[in-house]
Design a protein around this ligand. Structure first.
Ligand code: PEP
Ligand code: MG
Length: 566
């Protein structure tokens, strides 16, 4: 937090969706207080007590179902998923057991939820992310049982900025963007529901903004910049309105931008899309993406209990390849484990799965699994409907040693495939020069590279200040990788979330990265930012960021240099 000479106060959080908004702070309606154990319910009233609980669940579910029917896409899926949690039989059974033992239904709901929260947190990863959903269901049912209004989004009549601890998925799913112009939350990370939905709604969003959430009272006008993660109070309303208009002009320029990307002096940068299946690949093909820079194959396997056959895999991969008949497609082999456990692969519990047997490490004890996947890719190349000279590259996740890179490259070359490695472990960045002779390319996974460089769990909202790809330590490893790429003539791309940040895209270009791969909707803003500056400015911004003391300083130093030319 910094005080300016004026009355402005700037709070920072983690920026997840760019865009500027100005309006009074509106607070999500308070969650009901958690019940304490009440007097024992007499035996003859216990059945009625439990029936009241089932009725409350029914009311909550039918409200959510109604909203799901009126919503579309991911919003509808999130609402339906919340209903599934509310209808969970194991949860209801726990409530029934407590009520039959004499607890009030209110306390029984709290107890049952506490038990599941503990279980989910122990499981970690995506299960831990469901805790917010579960607590949301609990609070809705508690409010219904007490005859109180449903907790959640407040009714506002002027365009406002929504403040919350964290948004429950069911709330974010039906935000009215005519009245809610930005979202600021205390919790959440780049992959939380709040971030995903805000991205889908194109709603400026900042998460992990504890200082702002603590300090800003309801009704106080705030200027939110989802691009740099700042929440400012005390701004002159005229200045704020100008900033909002400038941001709208920029959004219009982004919408009109058609690519391909290059700096203002013509230095080309490939903009590619991250996808998980054929549907996303076709959507990417309809966007400004020139190809696919990261096909996360494991996402198609997350619920598979048995390994798909080579034939099934070939069909899936061919569908993605066919979406870009002439463009580059980079297929990543299975990155199972950690936050993406695949049932048929990661059977064993690990104490510390992010540092465990994940990515290419799985293939050490299960080489046949990797070989079958590479066979699937080779077969997909035969089946896909694309031109003979369209590039298809294959890369391994979580490569840490030269030996791993060499081994993977050999398996690929035996099948006529073009091999590369992801650089997402600091060891790989430091050894890139030694690995590159075996590879045709590397792609830097900044999500994991940041997690492992900063020793900070990428899913932890309280560590968002560390899991920031602007951290100069991360930029230095990227710089090292680019230097190795230049000296060995190996292409270096970036395929983590960092590639979606327009200013960081310019910095990465200045460091020597020649392709940026991100979610397709984010690419236009990156292309516009690149087109506003020349290559020398990108290099100057990169040097300033690498030499900064911290992530915020790096962001500000680069922004000042880029803005001077834009
Ligand atoms: C990364 O780590 O940056 C990356 C692109 O891989 P994933 O996010 O799938 O782990
Ligand atoms: Mg990764």
């Amino acid at each position: 937090m910094t005080d300016r000479p004026t009355t402005e106060t700037v709070y920072t959080g983690k920026p997840v969706v760019p865009g500027v908004a100005f309006g009074p702070a509106a607070w999500v309606t308070e969650r009901p207080p958690l019940p304490e154990p009440g007097e024992m319910v007499p035996e003859d009233r216990r059945e009625a007590e439990f029936e009241a609980f089932t009725r409350a669940v029914d009311v909550v579910c039918s409200r959510l179902e109604e909203r799901a029917a009126a919503a579309q896409g991911h919003a509808a899926e999130v609402l339906t998923a919340t209903v599934t949690i509310a209808r969970d039989r194991a949860w209801a059974r726990k409530v029934r057991t407590s009520v039959r033992g004499g607890q009030t239904n209110l306390y029984a709901v709290r107890q049952a939820t506490d038990d599941f929260v503990e279980l989910f947190l122990k499981a970690g990863g995506v299960m831990a992310e469901r805790v917010t959903d579960l607590c949301d269901v609990r609070d809705r049912v508690l409010a219904e049982l007490r005859g109180e209004p449903e907790p959640g989004i407040p009714d506002v009549d002027v365009p406002s900025v929504l403040f919350a601890d964290d948004l429950a998925p069911a709330d974010t799913a039906t935000l009215d963007t005519a009245l809610i112009h930005a979202v600021v939350t205390r919790k959440g990370g780049a992959t939380s529901h709040t971030a995903i939905i805000a991205r889908q709604l194109d709603l400026p969003c900042i998460v992990a903004a504890g200082h702002a959430v603590d300090a800003v009272a309801p009704g106080v006008p705030v200027l939110v910049d989802g691009g740099d993660g700042t929440v400012t109070t005390g701004v002159d309303p005229e200045v704020a309105v100008q900033k909002v208009e400038e941001s709208r002009r920029r959004a219009a320029a982004v919408a009109a931008w058609t690519g391909p990307a290059a700096t203002s002096d013509g230095y080309r940068v490939q903009l590619l899309a991250n996808v998980q299946d054929g549907h996303a690949a076709r959507e990417a093909a309809a966007s400004v993406a020139e190809g696919i820079g990261l096909f996360r194959t494991e996402l198609g396997f997350l619920s598979a209990t048995t390994e798909p056959t080579v034939d099934e895999q070939a069909d899936r991969y061919a569908e993605v390849l066919s979406a870009f008949p002439d463009g580059k497609v980079v297929i990543r082999t299975l990155d199972a484990g950690s936050d993406k456990p695949v049932p048929f692969v990661n059977a064993e519990e690990e104490e510390n799965p992010a540092l465990g047997v994940r990515g290419l490490r799985i293939a050490r004890n299960n080489r046949a699994l990797l070989e079958r996947q590479l066979d699937g890719v080779a077969e997909a190349l035969v089946r896909a409907d694309r031109s003979a000279d369209a590039q298809t590259w294959v890369m391994a996740p979580m490569v840490a040693t030269v030996a791993e890179a060499r081994w993977f490259a050999e398996l690929c070359r035996e099948r006529g495939l073009t091999p590369g490695a992801m650089v997402e472990v600091p060891a790989a960045a430091l050894m890139a020069e030694r690995m590159m002779p075996y590879l045709d390319f590397v792609s830097i996974g900044t999500n994991d590279l940041t997690q492992y460089t900063m020793a900070a769990d990428r899913l932890s909202p309280s560590l968002a200040h560390l899991t920031d790809p602007w951290q100069p330590a991360v930029l230095r490893l990227i710089h090292e990788t680019c230097r190795a790429g230049a000296s060995t003539g190996t292409a270096v791309g970036v395929c983590g979330e960092a590639a979606a940040d327009p200013a960081l895209g310019c910095v990465l270009t200045g460091l020597g990265v020649t392709s940026l791969s991100a979610a397709a909707p984010a690419l236009g803003a990156v292309g516009v930012a690149l087109g506003e500056v020349d290559f020398a400015t990108c290099r100057a911004a990169a040097a300033a960021a690498v030499n900064a003391d911290g992530a915020d300083e790096a962001r500000q130093a680069a922004a000042a240099i880029l803005a001077a030319q834009a």
